[in-house]
Design a binder for this molecule. Sequence first.
Ligand code: SF4
Length: 474
Amino acid sequence: MDQLPILDLSPAASTLTAPASDGAKGQYAFVSLGCPKNLVDSEKMLGTLAVDGYSLTSEPAGSDFVIVNTCGFIDSSRQESIETIEEMLELKRQGKTKGVIVAGCLPERIGPELRERLPEIDHIVGVFGRDEISKVADRLVGHINEQRDLFRPAPIRALDDRARLRITPQHFAYLKISEGCNRTCTFCSIPKMRGKHVTKPIEAVVEEARELAADGVKELILVAQDTTYYGMDLYGEVRLTDLLSELEKVEGIDWIRLMYLYPINFTDTLIDRIANSSKILPYLDMPLQHINSRVLKRMQRRINQEKTYELVEKLRERVPNLVLRTTFVVGFPGETDEQFEELREFVKATRFQRMGVFPYSLEPGTPAEKLDGHLPEEVKQQRVDTLMADQQEIAFEFGESLVGYELDVLIDEHVGDNVWMGRTFADAPEIDGAVYVQGEGLTVGEFTPVEIVGTQDYDLIGVADYDEDELAEE
Ligand code: SF4
């Protein structure tokens, strides 16, 4: 995509590009890994470093230093983070960069181990040391070798994410509405890394949305660890509906997309707000993790099968054209063949248009570590493959069902001669499919009516719908 990575270290990695400027304190490269919430932190660090006189370069080789903003969520993401750090340390050994700073979730998760395992890392910065990144960079370029680790406790107020230097294309942005999580899902290590839930006040989110809109953003993607919990810690009640009402008023914003909606606190007023809005997309990302009540209980999800079915039914009934995305964890300790079959039945019956499946990852220090019935990796992987195969059929049929319709497509990128890539309301960036649009003179960042004429796996093929009178005049 425009402005996205020029050096792909992995599918999830973004290495940022920007022209180097003369007279800067130093030139650095940046690799951002992990989820959109981490991406917002990356963008904030980039903004801070720009203000403080550092210039960004596209190439780690030749830079003064490299920052790797890591992910520590599950074993595979930690592995990816470590491999990326090792790559950067290799550049340092070869004299191609002078230093490596490691930031983000991995240091929070395994700080001392990281220092021991990779002692050549120059500086380590925890998640909440993010706003002091320039201080760390100053120490590095000034060869001050004290205080090489910077950790700050999770703040009691949400950090300010304004004045970011964004990596996403100009027309869409992630907007973090809160940080941390108060849930106690037994498989999850996120609260250990990101702390308790802190809500960003409504006025602050709206101000940030205005700043983003002024910068050309048309699609806001609301992210948090637990979006439906928004407001509880700050106002004593959930306030997502109020926040959305305010965000809808922000001029220039056409699409508001909701991610990470925990199925509890999905109030009727929230559903009505979504159903009656012209800006909040009928696309909801609601991680359910499982459907069997016993597994849900062992996961400590605080919702059972019956309530989950009720909620899904209510959403489908009330929100016209709803596209539902969810994620599941399979192979949770003690998950029996029957419980897995129940999940398959649920997936087939509910027909989520979008779905992700993860094999249970044993996270040291989480309550699930101590549960009995841990399953072999092959069983977990087999269950992932089976569920994904079930889902593929459903997702492909959903794509086919759109053929013949005209849909508004937000153009993300020009990908070839008269070919453009964009997304409908049903596609979140990076995780869902895309629409390949044949058309002339389309503009990145603009909405275009597109007739869907076919599908290609998870993607759609479309033709831009021209105004025939206009074309005749040309
Ligand atoms: S809701 Fe559960 S899975 Fe999600 S971040 Fe919080 S503890 Fe982790």
